[in-house]
Design a protein around this ligand. Sequence first.
Ligand SMILES: [Fe+2]
Length: 177
Amino acid sequence: MLDLDGKPIAGAVLDVWQTQSNGLYDSQDKNPNELHMRGKFRSDSEGRYLIRTVQPVNYPIPSDGPVGAMLKATGRHPMRPAHIHFVAMADGYEAVTTHIFDRTDPYLDSDAVFAVKDSLICDFVRHETPTPEAAKLGIAGPVLTASFDFVLQPAGAAAQVDVLDAQRRLAALGARA
Ligand SMILES: [Fe+2]
């Protein structure tokens, strides 16, 4: 977890959720075990975090209602590329809601909800023997690892950008009048 100058943010919170390996969120599962595939994690004094989860899978968004009709009308499929959701937050910074995507997913270029950005695509690297971090978590078999640096901007910075943008737009209108 980093600030705009690349300095680590300690004590930041990552709120994480994803589907199970069957492509369903816990709220969609008819027989949910309990709330799962969710968790909150905190960065350490060096801004680092470590999360253990399952490999994300691609899945179809619900398409039995108006959304399905719209997808059909526009000739689009309902698939979302494999991803993990995050809200990254820390005192004094703007919280950001985002997700990371698996670079090998076949639906990256046609996400049903148009949410893929190049900067959010990650390499999920396969290791036949556990990495030191995986071993620390008690994982014995092959693992995939992905790294992602969340960068937070100071609280109020977004509002400041909005004001500057509005001033630029007003100035442009004035120039045209
Ligand atoms: Fe999702």
